[in-house]
Design a protein around this ligand. Structure first.
Ligand code: C2E
Ligand code: MG
Ligand code: MG
Ligand code: MG
Length: 289
């Protein structure tokens, strides 16, 4: 059987990739209708201050409730939306929703101040001419201060950007919007380029903290994180760590001086009301401000 399958391997792989191409094509075609029909929704994952364990906000993570395939994660459709330009209206919708939600949290006193909602920006959104004006309008409509918004941009999206291409981000940063470098450490970055970017937060990629999930921690990972934290703090950048899955890891990262954490140890991404419930728990257990 193995031999027969082996003989057909090329053809099978081909049929498989055809099927995948067809699936991609049909998902891509449905994207505009999905946006019109309200099939996208956002889950929020809390951002926790490592110093006192309080919830300071959340990252908005988009999902698609597809009528046939069920819930699809962003990795399954963001690249498609990016390819067709639909990412621009979709991204604007995410921003509007997240800003509206952040205003509700702020009014309800859900998060300890300074409270922030994080929204991911894709490369096409960065290049879109009205990014700054659109963002300002969304913040105004929501009645939200720019400092309550953090835009996450991946390292790869910024590599090679010249001063003109960075101008919109710099304008947003000057207004008080926090800009975070997402998945930091996974690109081909030359650390000296950090000085040229209008970023105020590094989001350290999960791959650097995996070695600290259990004791003893991987000594090389510890050294790397220690080095990045010290560099970041020297440059006045705050450090957020993603993918914190265990208490041991959280304790390590706090000891290493990381500022904020996000991960399954605290909470998986979930509906907005979950953040309120989490904050009630931490308000009861955290030391008074
Ligand atoms: P990201 O911005 O790096 O988001 C973090 C991802 O790690 C999320 O996956 C989150 O669910 C996952 N994660 C969080 N904590 C843990 C943990 O403790 N362990 C592990 N193993 N994973 C954890 P998700 O939701 O599938 O999002 C994937 C990526 O999709 C995001 O990566 C982001 O780049 C992109 N994305 C999500 N929403 C949007 C959006 O609205 N616009 C754009 N342009 N991109 C988005
Ligand atoms: Mg992100
Ligand atoms: Mg990330
Ligand atoms: Mg990541």
């Amino acid at each position: 059987r193995a031999k027969a399958a082996g003989g057909n391997r090329y053809e099978l792989a081909d049929a498989d990739s055809d099927a995948r191409a067809i699936a991609r094509h049909s998902l891509t075609n449905r994207l505009p209708a999905a946006l019109d029909n309200g099939e996208f929704f956002i889950e929020y994952q809390p951002l926790v201050a490592l110093g006192d364990g309080t919830v300071r906000g959340a990252e908005a993570l988009v999902r698609w409730l597809h009528p046939v395939h069920g819930v699809l994660g962003p990795d399954q459709f963001i690249p498609l939306a990016e390819g067709t330009g639909l990412i621009v209206p979709l991204g604007r919708w995410v921003l509007e929703e997240a800003a509206r939600q952040a205003r509700l949290w702020r009014d309800a006193g859900t998060c300890r101040e300074p409270m922030r909602v994080n929204v991911n920006l894709s490369p096409s959104q960065l290049r879109y001419p009205s990014l700054v004006a659109d963002t300002v309008a969304v913040l105004e409509d929501a009645g939200l201060d720019p400092s309550a918004l953090c835009l996450e941009v991946t390292e790869n999206a910024l590599i090679g950007a010249d001063e003109r291409e960075l101008r919109p981000l710099r304008q947003l940063a000057d207004m008080g919007v926090d800009i975070a470098l997402d998945d930091f450490g996974t690109g081909y970055s030359n650390l000296s380029y950090l000085r040229r970017l209008p970023v105020s937060t590094l989001k350290l990629d999960r791959s650097f903290t995996r070695g600290m999930q259990s004791a003893p921690a991987d000594p090389v990972d510890v050294k790397i994180v220690e080095g990045i934290v010290s560099l970041a703090h020297t440059l006045d950048l705050s450090v957020t760590v993603e993918g914190v899955e265990t208490g041991i890891q959280a304790a390590h990262l706090r000891m290493l001086g990381c500022d904020t954490a996000q991960g399954w140890y605290y909470a998986r991404p979930g509906p907005p009301d979950r953040l309120c419930a989490l904050s009630l728990v931490d308000a009861a257990s955290a030391p008074a401000p």
